[in-house]
Design a protein around this ligand. Structure first.
Ligand SMILES: *Cc1c(COP(=O)(O)O)cnc(C)c1O
Length: 384
């Protein structure tokens, strides 16, 4: 059997895959087993911030790999400590819990919020319709989409779903449900790349202060420079109590981080939470190398690339609209998104979908030549 047949036979059938097997990459370029070259506008779903096998990241990771790949959390580890310090200094948050994925980062956010609410007898967490928070049982329950609430029940109680961009809906639920937290994405990613209104986000923050609810932001996809700011909430000057992040933070290795602000920095104590691999030295060393390069000059480059893509696509033939923030863009097209992804693949350009939209999540440092070539192909495919 070839690779694709073996995979179809032995790997659980939870993913619909395109008929391509990548064997190598460098920056925004990937090569398949036949040697065909592709330009990547998906970054392995917002993970490969500096493209594939970025040499600085590879250097940091291999150095740690050779020195000490794993110890477990019974002992101290330098890269884990440095990463936590860096995350706190750059965000004003006070403590970090490390895990291995976005869903786990959100599990920790949920646990911290529940324990915070315990003293006042509150346990409900308000999330938004069309949100996406992960695939574990609790994060599926947090996800405000009915399609994710089939087959796997009973789900944990204590989640209520408000309308995005409707502060009255959040207020009504907060009064009805006796809620301890609101949890949202600044740009709803899997829900169709929908950037929420700044006024709504500031309204939720004010409501959280008024009702002593925790303001919790899921930056798993939007975080780590993707939005054109280090974290998307910074675009609107928000001050969340908890922030979860993952995907791009590891630059290609699994990591999740839950950033805890002043109100909850001591909420989780000994024995409350843990993870065997959480804070893994190799993943953390890679993340330190990623985060230390996401400075203002770099973020300016992200915004310039985003402006370029928007300028090319807004009003172009076959394009109905462009939504998103920074290099997280959703394009509504006349043709179906699936058709566009397949046609781009055939022409050597990788793009994604989110609901009915074409989704772009290019490497944040994609070379201008590559970006221009790939966007030109995408435009032709959308217009054809
Ligand atoms: C991808 C994603 C998750 C889940 O992350 P995993 O690493 O797949 O568990 C959670 N929240 C948001 C906003 C995401 O985009």
């Amino acid at each position: 059997m070839n690779i694709q047949q073996t995979c179809e036979t032995y790997v659980a059938n939870t993913y619909k895959r395109y008929p391509v097997t990548f064997v190598r990459g460098a920056g925004a370029h990937l090569w398949d087993e036949e040697g065909r070259e592709y330009v990547d506008l998906g970054s392995g779903i917002a993970v490969n911030i500096f493209g594939v096998s970025d040499p600085v990241w590879v250097g940091a990771v291999t150095k740690q790999l050779n020195a000490l790949p794993h110890t477990c959390n019974l002992y101290y580890a330098e890269s884990c400590a440095r990463l936590a310090e860096m995350l706190c200094q750059r965000t004003g948050m006070q403590k970090v819990f490390f895990s291995n994925s976005g869903a786990e980062a959100n599990e920790c956010m949920i646990k911290a919020a529940r324990k915070y609410g315990e003293a006042t007898g509150r346990s409900t967490i308000i999330t938004l319709k069309d949100s996406f928070h992960g695939r574990t049982i609790a994060t599926l329950a947090a996800t405000g989409q009915d399609v994710f609430h089939q087959h796997f029940g009973p789900f944990p109680a204590g989640f209520a779903y408000a309308e995005p961009n409707d502060i009255n809906s959040v207020r009504a639920l907060s009064e009805r449900e006796n809620a301890c937290a609101v949890m949202l994405e600044v740009v709803q990613g899997e829900g169709g790349v929908r950037a929420l209104d700044g006024d709504f986000l500031r309204g939720v923050e004010a409501l959280c202060r008024e009702k002593d609810m925790l303001f919790c932001i899921d930056e798993v996809q939007t975080g780590n420079g993707r939005s054109g700011q280090l974290y998307a909430y910074m675009t609107y000057g928000l001050a969340p109590d908890i922030v979860s992040t993952a995907k791009g933070l590891g630059g290609g290795l699994p990591i999740g981080a839950t950033l805890l602000g002043g109100k909850v920095k001591d909420t989780l104590t000994y024995g409350d939470h843990g993870s065997t691999f959480g804070g893994n030295p190799v993943a953390c060393a890679g993340a330190v190398s990623i985060l230390s390069r996401l400075d203002e000059e770099f973020l300016q480059g992200v915004r310039e690339r985003a402006d370029y893509i928007r300028g090319e696509l807004a009003g172009a033939k076959g394009v109905r609209g462009v939504d998103g923030l920074g290099l997280m863009l959703g394009i509504e097209t006349e043709k179906s998104a699936g058709e566009i992804v397949s046609a781009c693949l055939a022409r050597g350009v990788l793009v994604l979908t989110a609901k009915s939209k074409v989704r772009l999540l290019p490497p944040l440092n994609i070379a201008w030549d590559d970006l221009k070539t790939a966007v030109a192909v995408l435009k032709e495919v959308i217009a054809a």
